[in-house]
Design a binder for this molecule. Structure first.
Ligand SMILES: Nc1nc2c(ncn2[C@@H]2O[C@H](COP(=O)(O)OP(=O)(O)OP(=O)(O)O)[C@@H](O)[C@H]2O)c(=O)[nH]1
Ligand SMILES: [Mg+2]
Length: 365
């Protein structure tokens, strides 16, 4: 599962990438004319449940869920060199969801591609680029299909053609494919095209470090929310600079910094959790004295497949899943007491694992 960071030049993508991954990739002071910069990193998904479980079990090791994150650069408005642009869009196509960074910080030393900082206009410009790139793809594909049909090798292409025409209608109205409401079948017929405007999307407004709670930020946020209303995208605001600093502090220092700011946790934590959900992912947990660990599965995964995540032997020799919900375990304060209270269930291979289930697989190989 890959999460891509997109946005106009100098909006703070790399800054936010660093905050998300705890890396320190160099932030570019100016637009990168080649658009070739690309960072890949790993995001650790914050999960307070793991912290509590670690307090309970005092394990030797705690392992958080992780998501791959790609900082996609050079997504400039009107990059004319088509090769470059194609490379950028190909990168976006390869993502499972995107974080779209929109600049709100006003720093005259940092060039803006259009000269002025205007979050809603910037967001609209980038969304339009996504729409245009998809439209180009749809038209090319429709031409090929028409040629095949003409040659009499159209066979099963009619369904794809109909779907693509529907997509074209939406795109010609400059609307993203995200909320076109395609059926499962229609989606499958066009999934190989990996439409950029259909990617699940989170919008992050990158505000100046002194503007986290300012009226200007509230106004910019309201404008963006207006723009995205009915477009199936969530909008957040944070300061990429502050979040980057936070991500590079030791936990104790970070706590002091957060207390100073008067907030409970980094704003990025919420963004990460939302992104995780956006990717359709949930975590089940295993807990013991050796390790407390979050395992990533696609929402709707049955117990047998979840077992296979841990080890293929556990899937092969699966007998039962011993399951307790996080809330029930916490309420009982120990697994033994949860068992006494009847909160520990034995589930079969078809049981759909839920987010926060604490599971002990019984197996026999
Ligand atoms: N003052 C101020 N500067 C910021 C903020 N966020 C980012 N910057 C600066 O803006 C410049 C661009 O930030 P980057 O994170 O490199 O932006 P980018 O979107 O990755 O840029 P490209 O990769 O070139 O498209 C850098 O010099 C950052 O230090 C902010 O909140 N306030
Ligand atoms: Mg960058």
């Amino acid at each position: 599962m890959k999460l891509g960071i997109i946005g106009l030049p100098n909006c703070g993508k790399t800054t936010i990438f660093n905050a998300l991954t705890g890396q320190s990739a160099p932030a570019a002071p100016f637009p990168n004319p080649l658009g070739t910069e690309r960072h890949v990193g790993v995001i650790r998904v914050p999960d307070a449940r793991l912290d509590r479980l670690a307090e309970m079990y005092k394990p030797r090791k705690t392992t958080w869920a992780e998501v791959t994150c790609v900082d996609i650069t050079g997504f400039s408005r009107g990059i004319s060199a088509s090769k470059q642009k194609a490379a950028v869009f190909n990168d976006v196509r390869d993502m499972d969801a995107v974080i779209h960074v929109v600049r709100a910080f006003a720093d005259p030393a940092i060039a803006h591609p259009d000269g002025a900082v205007d979050p809603a206009a910037d967001a609209a410009a980038l969304e339009l680029e996504l729409v245009f790139s998809d439209l180009e793809l749809v038209e090319t594909r429709l031409e090929r299909i028409a040629a095949s049909i003409k040659k009499g090798v159209g066979g099963d292409l009619e369904a794809e053609k109909a779907t693509l025409e529907k997509c074209r209608g939406q795109l010609e109205e400059e609307k993203p494919l995200r909320n076109l409401g395609l059926s499962e079948g229609e989606r499958a017929a066009t999934s190989s095209l990996q439409f950029t405007s259909a990617k699940p999307e989170l919008i992050v407004l990158n505000v100046g470090e002194d503007d986290i709670a300012s009226p200007a930020t509230a106004a910019a946020l309201a404008n963006l929310e207006d723009f995205y209303r009915g477009k199936d995208a969530q909008v957040f605001s944070l300061s990429g600079k502050i979040e980057t600093e936070l991500s590079q502090l030791e936990p104790e220092e970070a706590k002091l910094f957060l207390d100073d700011l008067g907030i409970a946790e980094p704003a990025m934590n919420r963004v990460i959790r939302e992104a995780y959900a956006l990717l359709g992912l949930v975590s089940f947990l295993t807990a013991g004295e050796d390790e407390v660990k979050a395992w990533t599965i696609q929402k709707g995964t049955p117990a047998l497949k979840a077992a296979g995540k841990i080890h293929s032997d556990i899937e092969r020799g699966f007998i039962r899943a011993e399951v307790v919900s996080y809330e029930d375990l916490m309420a009982a304060s120990s697994l033994a007491r949860a068992r006494d209270a009847g909160a520990v269930r034995l589930e079969g291979k078809d049981y759909i694992v839920k987010d926060g289930d604490i599971i002990n697989f019984r197996f026999n190989v």
